[in-house]
Unconditional design. Structure first.
Length: 420
């Protein structure tokens, strides 16, 4: 691609690994972002759920400000006074929804803080492999992990090795072995892929990047039964689905399933700093020993201060309840657009939806541009699908405004197509 095609006359110093919508944001508050020209936009993407609590939530900003005036980084070479409280409160929030260790009545999980989502997934993979060798007795170097088609778990070389999205994977080999890709949502295929080398099944409860794909209702319950019977860890990547988005703290709660290990990220940093974590069964995370894993920034004081404030918000149950209530409005509004033949499909749960537009009418990108022209921020995923994930703090009136603008954009695109 030429410089002209990339960014106009002036060559950009930025690597071209994104194709952002043409808007430059200067400030934001709650569900609204203001661009450099002073125009306000309703944010219906919320940083892919990193902004579940909106832009600059007062409690989260206050926690960050207070921490900036105390201590921001220690490295894990030393302790700091928020590390244990953060781990304890996150364990208390998530623990009841995790599987207890064998022989224990209640879950008593361990927390391992990292920074990005991909690092949390990498950590979960390492933990599962080591658990496989040390506890399950898998032959050295032979561990396998079952993953689903259409997955998105991040961008590292190991993680893209088991992606089936050519855009994410092509050109980055040699690929890390040890992963078995089976159709997402097909529990029989998962069962058939498991053998004595299998240490984990790693999947997203709802596939976000793939277009908010909700699996069949019996999928996760069956995964739980199958993995328990075969001594395989059930690892749920809740980086996008977790922390309120689906109306529950973990999406796995929707089916009453308690995984052995979860990865969390995105919203855990409150839209302020990158914070991720692996939370899992004590007997599983205990396979890690000093020196076997780490991160310079993982669990830093600023991250813990914000993460603690996020956990406090979720501990009230209010964000989850808001996602459920607003989700009813969102899905009713989107179904009406399907009924009026303005959309071809809608999927999702809670305040989270993937919508398909007729590819003859518009690409997802074109729809997002039409939304941007109407002051709404959303992002296409693949082809003619866009993802809607407004902040859980969005008012009902703003959500209805966003739905009205979506209807207007679609009506206009359909009319233009009909006009030729
Ligand atoms: C975003 C995402 C990741 C990767 O998180 P990063 O912070 O971008 O590394 C992993 N898994 C899922 C399900 C995600 O949505």
């Amino acid at each position: 691609m030429t410089h002209e095609a990339r960014g106009g006359a002036q060559a950009s110093a930025l690597a071209h690994n994104y194709a952002p919508l043409p808007v430059t944001i200067a400030s934001a508050e709650g569900s609204w972002a203001t661009d450099v020209t002073g125009r306000r936009h309703l944010d219906m993407l919320a940083g892919y759920s990193a902004l579940n609590f909106g832009h600059r939530h007062p409690a989260l900003v206050a926690a960050a400000h207070a921490q900036l005036d105390r201590v921001t980084l220690t490295s894990r070479a030393f302790g700091h006074d928020l590390l244990e409280p953060f781990a304890a409160r996150l364990a208390a929030l998530v623990g009841p929804h995790l599987s207890p260790s064998p022989g224990h009545a209640a879950s008593d999980p361990l927390v391992l803080p990292m920074n990005s989502g991909a690092e949390a997934v990498e950590t979960a993979i390492k933990v599962a492999r080591r658990w496989g060798y040390d506890v399950k007795g898998v032959a050295p170097g032979r561990a396998t992990i079952v993953v689903g088609t259409g997955n998105f778990h991040g961008r590292t070389t190991t993680i893209v090795s088991f992606s089936d999205d050519d855009d994410a994977r092509a050109g980055f080999g040699p690929y890390t072995p040890g992963f078995r890709l089976v159709p997402y949502g097909d529990a029989d295929a998962v069962e058939a892929a498991i053998d004595d080398t299998t240490v984990a099944v790693l999947m997203e409860p709802v596939q976000g990047e793939s277009g908010v794909v909700v699996p069949p209702d019996d999928f996760w319950p069956r995964l739980r039964t199958i993995t328990a019977a075969r001594d395989v860890l059930l690892v749920a990547d809740e980086i996008q689905s977790g922390l309120g988005r689906t109306g529950t703290t973990l999406a796995c709660e929707l089916w009453g399933v308690r995984p052995d290990v979860v990865t969390l990220g995105k919203a855990l940093g409150g839209g302020i700093v990158p914070v991720s974590a692996v939370v899992g069964r004590r007997d599983v995370l205990e396979v890690l020993t000093p020196g076997s894993h780490g991160s310079t920034f993982g669990g830093n004081p600023l991250a813990c201060a914000v993460g603690l404030a996020v956990v406090d918000l979720l501990a009230t149950g209010e964000p989850q309840a808001a996602a459920t209530e607003l989700g009813v409005v969102l899905h009713a509004g989107l179904r009406a657009l399907v009924d009026d033949a303005l959309l071809t499909g809608v999927r999702g749960v809670g305040l989270w939806a993937g919508v398909d537009v007729d590819p003859h009418v518009a690409t997802g990108r074109e729809l997002c541009e039409a939304l941007l022209a109407r002051g709404v921020l959303a992002k296409d995923t693949h082809g003619s699908t866009i993802r809607l994930a407004p902040p859980l703090t969005t008012s009902r009136a703003d959500l209805e405004l966003g739905l009205d603008r979506l209807r207007d954009a679609l009506t206009d695109l359909v009319a233009r197509r009909a006009a030729g």
